[in-house]
Design a protein around this ligand. Structure first.
Ligand code: ADP
Ligand code: MG
Length: 253
């Protein structure tokens, strides 16, 4: 049986007269990677930030690991990991110092080097955030979500702007995190990413959920309607060429 860890019921968010989220409902199961997919402006970040307690909802009910957002937001904060914008990090501190700072804020003991190992940044322990490449910054920001040993982490478009190697590397990292039992909720507008990573996805468009199932299930549903993709004449695509020529190893070191 799937155990629900996040339940969102009839969530509405208005910005002034504008309805950004128009009454959406979904459940996230413990231990899965759940994707919110949708074009820009669909309401993905708004939804995520409301669950993260960072934004006020207009109406609706949200339960996270048994805690009602309206009653016990602080209990929710204790068990979630939120990705911070790396631009907000203290510029004078190196990675180890930043991890120790955050651990202090969470009142946690953390092995900083072990955490950096997990995200493949041990050799950058003494570097400042501004000295990291885009992919490294993303990995570090994911590391910071893990400091309080959360049950759930939230990743908002974690691979936007990254090169193919860094994206694939991040996908592996996100799967590793799920492998350790952490529930992951991720937003993306990359369908290859969602197909590779997500156990289930909700497709969001203009503030509404238009479909919710496993990627495989959604594809089967579409095929069952008689949809047929124009025959692929080639056995590879340009991304395959790129990865074959340049390899899968990370470049930014
Ligand atoms: P997504 O993350 O899917 O791209 P967002 O949740 O960021 O979408 O935004 C959904 C809609 O709400 C967009 O039309 C956006 O312009 C609008 N919006 C987001 N934040 C605000 C805000 N603070 N004030 C007014 N409108 C906002
Ligand atoms: Mg967004």
């Amino acid at each position: 049986m799937n155990k629900t860890i996040i339940s969102v019921q009839d969530l509405v968010k208005n910005y002034g007269n504008f309805e950004a989220v128009k009454g959406i409902s979904f459940e996230v199961y413990e231990g899965e990677i759940f994707g919110l997919l949708g074009p820009n402006g669909a309401g993905k970040s708004t939804t995520l930030e409301i669950i993260e307690t960072l934004r006020q909802k207009t109406s609706g009910k949200i339960i996270v690991d048994g805690n009602d957002l309206d009653i016990a937001p602080n209990e929710i904060k204790k068990i979630i990991g939120v990705q911070l914008q790396t631009s907000g990090f203290y510029p004078g501190l190196n990675l180890v110092q930043l991890i120790r700072l955050f651990a202090g804020l969470y009142n946690r003991q953390v092995d900083a080097m072990q955490l950096l190992d997990m995200v493949n940044l041990r050799d950058k322990a003494k570097a400042k955030v501004k000295e990291l490449s885009g992919g490294q910054k993303q990995r570090f920001s994911i590391a910071t979500t893990l400091i309080n040993d959360p049950k759930i982490i939230f990743l908002d478009e974690p691979t936007t702007g990254l090169d193919p190697q860094a994206r694939r590397n991040l996908w592996d990292l996100i799967r590793d995190i799920r492998g350790k039992g952490t529930t992951v909720i991720i937003t993306t507008h990359y369908m290859d990413e969602a197909e590779f990573l997500c156990d289930r996805v909700a497709i969001v468009d203009s503030g509404k959920i238009v479909a919710l199932a496993s990627p495989d299930g959604l594809i089967d549903e579409l095929v069952a309607t008689g949809f047929e993709r124009p025959k692929e004449v080639k056995q590879a695509n340009l991304e395959d060429v790129f990865i074959t020529l340049t390899g899968k190893s990370l470049r930014e070191n």
